[in-house]
Design a protein around this ligand. Structure first.
Ligand code: PEP
Ligand code: MN
Length: 332
């Protein structure tokens, strides 16, 4: 249950109530938010007089629930806004990994040329094999930082484990929690303490309930800025890398208040169908798209098969603008 306590309640009393109800406490300018386990369905009688509003829920999807906020949350990334009443579809694009200054500079230049504001690239890669390229680490983060100051782009990069989460929070404008990291509660809790936007990717073996509950770890720690990313789940099908769960996206749009970004690149795993999928995703009226694009995909050190080349990306964007317009959105 979410309980809003009146602002006039003293901090010490709020702390006592929170402890009694086994609740998280989030301080807002005008009231205190307590989030208890969802099993609690009614405000205990002794706290009724200090309660301003209360919201019971059938399960632990609470702060993320559309029954709490009916609007999609607005996320402001240094003036680039999604959710709320903005009707923007934010394209996040760039290579899978930072590989060199030349490669990431060419990628940043492509974003500027296409009017895209958010550059992605991983520096700590969660690879399936220890023998694959693991990413450039801090050196890569510094290159991304350089792209931010040189081109004025927002930077998104992923956190692989808790050893470098603070480093990522320091360098990134949006922190990406990857599919394999979605269950890492150390990462989730640390990201909850930050106020920076978090892009939380769905674990490829997780249900929608588990996905939203992972988001609740961040929200209940006080970070309101959570974006969900559907990037494909594992099914019996092996011809494609994963299966993009658009039904799940429809569910999340209906039942949560979190902005949703779709990642067709990792879902399909092969570049041939990424443009068609990106168009289909845009038609769903979502807050963003994540597309992998590389100056020369044939030499990419990770996810080579799925990255678009620059011309494919240009052609894709040309076709995305009218689709976004048709569903009342603007590609940014
Ligand atoms: C990525 O974005 O490059 C990535 C590794 O994604 P995921 O966590 O979805 O596999
Ligand atoms: Mn990748």
């Amino acid at each position: 249950m979410i309980i809003h306590l009146k602002n006039s309640v003293a901090d010490a009393e709020v702390a006592k109530v929170a402890q009694d109800l086994d609740a998280f406490h989030i301080k807002k300018p005008d009231f205190h938010v307590l989030v208890t386990p969802s099993a609690l369905q009614e405000v205990p009688a002794q706290y009724e007089s200090i309660t301003e509003a209360s919201f019971p829920f059938p399960n632990d999807m609470q702060l993320a629930s559309a029954d709490y906020f009916s609007e999609t949350r607005e996320i402001d990334i240094n003036g680039v806004k999604i959710g709320g009443t903005n009707n923007n579809t934010m394209v996040i694009a760039g290579p899978c990994s930072v590989e060199s200054e030349e490669q990431i500079t060419q990628s940043a230049e492509l974003m500027v040329e296409q009017g895209i504001k958010t550059l992605r690239a991983g520096c700590y890669k969660p690879r399936t094999s220890p023998y694959s390229f693991q990413g450039m680490g801090l050196e890569g983060l510094k290159l991304l930082d350089k792209m931010r100051s040189k081109f004025g782009l927002n930077i998104i990069t992923e956190v692989r484990d808790t050893t470098h989460v603070d480093e990522i929070i320091e360098y990134a404008d949006i922190i990406q929690i990857g599919a394999k990291a979605m269950y890492d509660q150390g990462i989730l809790r640390t990201c909850g303490k930050s106020r920076k936007p978090i892009l939380l990717k769905r674990g490829f073996g997780s249900t929608l309930q588990e996905f939203v509950q992972a988001a609740e770890f961040i929200l209940s720690a006080g970070n309101d800025n959570v974006i969900l990313c559907e990037r494909g789940i594992r099914t019996f099908e092996t011809k494609t890398r994963f299966t993009l769960d658009l039904c799940g996206v429809a569910y999340l749009k209906e039942y949560t208040n979190l902005p949703i970004i779709l990642d067709p690149s990792h879902a399909l795993g092969y570049r041939y169908g990424v443009p068609d999928l990106a168009r289909a995703c845009t038609a769903m009226g979502i807050e963003g798209l994540l597309i992998e694009v590389h100056p020369d995909p044939s030499v990419a050190k990770s996810d080579a098969a799925q990255q678009l080349d620059h011309d494919m990306f240009r052609d894709l964007l040309t076709t995305l603008h009218p689709i976004a317009t048709a569903v009342g959105r603007t590609i940014i």
